[in-house]
Design a protein around this ligand. Structure first.
Ligand code: HEM
Length: 474
């Protein structure tokens, strides 16, 4: 089943040549010009459209990258081998485990954009995501109800993983897995276990070639294939259910039942491509949102005054909308700004990567065609030239006047930007709206959490937070 798709192996990129961060000193440079160049092909192979233009040659870019052996030595000395998976793995999390490119990708992507990104479909997502958000609320209420102190203290990473998986599956398949209940149906549990196994077995494949693992019949490979088989079987079952419901007229074709159903009814993509795209979205849509929400809860717990301002905004929006959640969503700018601010400080993908299609000049250096160029969005988010007092969590900065051009790159940019961006934004906005209306989020004073890479940018220790009802006097 997997043979049709090409695994993206970021290992090749990370080991090419390892750093360069030119031009940070140039105050006139625009935000998008912050680049790290990793992997290059010989420039003489490509005709130059910049013939006669003046700029410094590529090999004069400052850095230790030119001599591969020195580079390798520095890489080793700086703990690179220990961290090599961290450099590679972010790509997986950004792009999902199945990575396609070229014309086949572009054609599919145009169809998928209409289903996932276009403003026309967003209103369809709201009830599906809202349902899950409300169930999460009930789960918190239940946990608090079980505690004599009327509070729930926990590391919420796993809870948020379940919330995100439940949300994305409802959007994609139009079915609930029941992950937010204490009892999970064994069939669904098999699917959930397969998703976890798929994530778990993908990491080693980012630095050991999958072909080799397959050749030696390794357990990692076998588990990985087994996991994908369960995931694809689940997609098959969902497809059959949708066809059956439609043929038995149990559901109207007009009723929105998620992206899978919509793609099947349009009949513009081959069914195998639909399955691949759906599973790709599922893989890209779990850790990304759950981790961003975990950081959002952490930042809000550390900033009770900002949390209170958000609560005021949400309560006012709810009061004015008389229960219409679409109206609430239109009246919570600070909540939306909070998500932008969280992604500035804690971007899931620390860089955005592109291959140059032709030779170009970047910050007065010639960059050959087919060079892998990375925009360092994590570094950019911490730079005082683009964000005043960058170390401060300040969602209001996104509402103040002034250009935000190229400042918000957490979801990437252009035709290859995150396909799940609108889904993720809605999912996280609804989560914050529900949670902040009902609960205060608190953190232990003095506990600072740093970041580390492991697949994505992660907290360097578990984040323990406490949830209490807003009317609690403590
Ligand atoms: C906080 C949540 C999320 C963040 C920060 C995020 C971030 C990103 C980034 C930075 C990229 C690469 C964009 C580029 O190169 O320009 C990406 C790609 C992608 N994301 Fe997300 N993402 C999130 C949620 C989601 C969700 C919920 C889904 C599923 C619906 C998803 C599916 C994808 C897919 C399929 C791609 C590859 C698109 C392609 O190459 O055609 N993401 N994401």
């Amino acid at each position: 089943m997997l043979a049709k798709y090409r695994f993206f192996n970021p290992a090749l990129c990370a080991l090419g040549s390892l750093r360069i961060s030119p031009g940070l000193e140039d105050p006139a440079s625009s935000a998008c010009h912050k680049v790290l160049l990793l992997h290059t092909a010989p420039s003489e192979l490509y005709p130059s459209p910049l013939e006669g233009k003046h700029a410094q040659p590529f090999n004069e870019l400052p850095g230790k990258w030119k001599n591969r052996w020195t580079n390798l030595y520095h890489f080793w000395k700086e703990g690179g081998f220990h961290n090599v998976h961290k450099m590679m793995i972010q790509n997986f999390q950004t792009f999902g485990p199945i990575y396609r490119s070229g014309e086949a990708w572009r054609q599919d992507r145009l169809i998928l954009n209409k289903e996932a990104l276009s403003l026309n479909v967003l209103d369809n997502f709201v009830p599906l995501l809202n349902e899950v958000g409300e169930d999460f609320l009930k789960r918190v209420e239940m946990q608090i109800g079980r505690s004599p102190q009327r509070k729930w203290t926990a590391d919420f990473a796993n809870e948020l993983f379940r919330f995100a998986l439940e949300s994305i599956c409802n959007i994609l398949y139009g079915t609930r897995l029941g992950l937010l209940q204490d009892f999970v149906d064994p069939e669904n549990q098999r699917f959930i276990d397969a998703v976890s196994l798929m994530f778990h077995t993908t990491s080693p494949m980012l630095y050991i070639p999958p072909k080799f693992l397959r050749w030696i019949n390794s357990k990692i490979w076998l588990d990985h294939v087994k996991a994908w088989d369960v995931i694809f079987t689940h997609a098959d079952r969902c497809i059959q259910n949708i066809y059956r419901d439609l043929s038995l007229n149990r559901k109207s074709a007009k009723e929105y039942r998620g992206i899978l159903s919509s793609l099947l009814m349009q009949d513009k993509l081959h069914v195998e491509d639909i399955k691949a795209s759906i599973t790709e979205m599922m893989a890209g849509g779990v850790d990304t949102t759950s981790m961003t929400l975990q950081w959002a809860m952490y930042e809000l717990a550390k900033a009770p005054a900002i949390q209170e301002r958000l609560r005021t905004e949400i309560l006012a929006a709810k009061a004015a909308s008389q229960g219409d959640i679409l109206k609430v969503l239109k009246a919570v700018p600070l909540t939306k700004a909070t998500i932008k601010e969280v992604l500035r400080l804690h971007p899931v993908a620390v860089t955005i990567q592109r291959y140059t299609t032709q030779e170009l000049i970047l910050q007065n250096y010639f960059i050959p065609a087919k060079t892998l160029v990375q925009v360092g969005i994590y570094a950019m988010g911490q730079d005082p030239r683009f964000f005043t007092k960058p170390e401060q969590f300040n969602p209001e900065r996104w509402l103040s006047p002034g250009s935000k051009h190229f400042r918000l790159l957490g979801f990437g940019f252009g035709p290859r930007q995150c396909l799940g961006r609108r889904i993720a934004e809605l999912e996280m906005q609804l989560f914050l709206i529900h949670m902040l209306e009902k609960f205060k989020i608190e953190a232990k004073r003095g506990v600072e959490v740093g970041t580390t890479f492991d697949l994505i940018l992660l907290p360097d220790k578990p984040i323990y937070l406490t949830l209490r009802p807003v009317d609690s006097q403590l």
